[in-house]
Design a protein around this ligand. Structure first.
Ligand code: HEM
Length: 407
């Protein structure tokens, strides 16, 4: 069987200037061609790029593809992630059955029902931040004053992490998620975060607190089911994933609404929970912020097209937008349409066994954030021009570095 070798383009590709919401044109061209191709990544290796909604779905549930980064050709997102993954052992980088064993220790904490029960407290945090925002003289950076503190406060409350440490963990998380950070910077950030988690675990031992880290300590560490290092790593996975992703989705989503005023007006008319949920799903699909894609490695040869076989040991990348902007599934994918039927089929939270554990939480946060922001500040507008904004192309989670607004 012949392998198709095209000249490998570099991945991730740059976006077209002036189109910050659109996936890179080169990626869209590869998707239109409809065949898996090889790309070149930062370390010179040439993993496969899988596009198309249905093909991505089918391969993301294929157990012949592994998330285990100890395989030699695992296509890491960056040197920093490679350095970090080598030292941690959380379920995001395990295959089943181990993955399920550890993930189950946390699933009860993130059920949709439990997150619904948190609606009131998330609304309170949101209202408080908006009260403080309204006190400020504009222009104000919405990332600093709203998008970042909201999910940070919520995840701190859930994990039992004092919010006073937010600058420390936000800065360290940003280093871990940067594609340009080097090994030393990542090591330093990892030390900072691990110390924070270890100190917290020490405080929580022997106490009866009702937060997630306390639950891990009481139910699993003290029972000998987890080591302290494992509790540290799980806590940090939740802390990092729990604020950075949602923060970027809030900020970039707000910009998308400001740039699409008819969609913002439509959002402001919504009162039904399921309509608001659909609008948020469409924002997730449209923005696909985890833009460096899912990363896997083949455990066996896998035939993926009539003349394409992914060989055992080869790396595989699933870029979010190459599924979420598939015109065979989403009509006019480049249009933000908050009333879109079927928007919930997107894979912005991943797909398969590693599908985002925190998605019920992120959904509630986003539903509250967008609706409350525009209800409280109906005249919200960008201060300056969108073309002057700096976008996070160099980070594993896409977004905007700062969003100056006024109202
Ligand atoms: C807009 C917000 C979010 C986005 C776009 C997002 C995206 C993702 C994606 C794409 C994955 C799949 C990774 C893979 O397949 O390799 C994932 C996994 C994960 N996410 Fe999220 N996430 C968000 C919010 C959150 C929140 C709030 C938490 C909470 C604590 C969280 C915790 C996790 C965890 C623990 C995993 C690993 C799941 C596993 O391996 O079984 N995420 N997320």
């Amino acid at each position: 069987m012949s392998q198709v070798e095209l000249d490998p383009v570099h991945f991730p590709m740059p976006r077209v200037q002036g189109c910050p919401f659109h996936p890179p044109q080169e990626l869209r061209d590869i998707q239109s061609a409809g065949r898996p191709v090889r790309v070149q990544i930062w370390n010179g290796t040439k993993p496969w790029l899988i596009t198309g909604h249905d093909r991505q779905r089918s391969l993301l549930t294929d157990e012949r593809l592994s998330s285990d980064p100890t395989h030699p050709q695992f296509p890491f997102q960056s040197v920093g992630i490679e350095a970090r993954r080598a030292r941690t052992t959380t379920f995001i980088q395990m295959d089943n059955p181990e993955h399920n064993h550890y993930r189950r220790m946390l699933t009860g904490q993130f059920t949709a029902k439990r997150m619904e029960a948190m609606r009131e407290s998330i609304q309170e945090i949101t209202d408080r931040l908006l009260d403080e925002l309204q006190e400020l003289e504009g222009p104000v950076d919405l990332v600093e004053h709203f998008a970042l503190p909201l999910p940070s406060l919520v995840i701190c409350q859930m994990l039992g992490v004092p919010y006073e440490s937010h600058e420390l963990f936000q800065e360290a998380s940003a280093t871990l998620l940067s594609q340009s950070a080097d090994r030393d910077q990542v090591d330093e950030a990892t030390v900072v975060l691990r110390e924070l988690a270890r100190d917290l675990i020490a405080v929580k031992r022997g106490r009866d607190d009702d937060d997630i880290i306390s639950h891990l300590v009481r139910d699993h560490l003290e029972q000998g089911e987890l080591t302290e290092d494992q509790v540290v790593d799980m806590s940090l996975l939740l802390l990092v994933a729990g604020h950075e992703t949602t923060a970027n989705q809030i900020a970039l989503g707000t910009l998308a609404l400001l740039e699409n005023p008819e969609q913002r007006d439509y959002l402001q008319t919504l009162t039904d929970r399921s309509d608001i949920a659909r609008a948020v799903d469409e924002m997730m699909r449209f923005l696909s912020i985890a833009h460096v894609g899912r990363r896997r490695v083949a455990l066996e040869d896998i035939q993926v097209d009539h003349d394409v076989v992914i060989r055992k040991g080869e790396g595989v990348i699933f870029p979010d937008a190459a599924g979420n902007w598939d015109p065979d599934v989403y009509e006019r994918p480049d249009t933000l349409d908050l009333a879109r039927e079927g928007a919930g089929r997107h894979m912005a939270f991943g797909f398969g066994t590693h599908q985002c554990l925190g998605q019920p939480l992120a959904r509630v946060e986003l539903q509250i954030a967008y609706t409350s922001l525009f209800a409280r500040l109906p005249t919200l507008r960008l201060h300056g021009r969108a073309s002057d904004l700096k976008f996070r192309e160099d980070m594993n989670i896409y977004g905007v570095y700062a969003l100056p607004v006024t109202w």
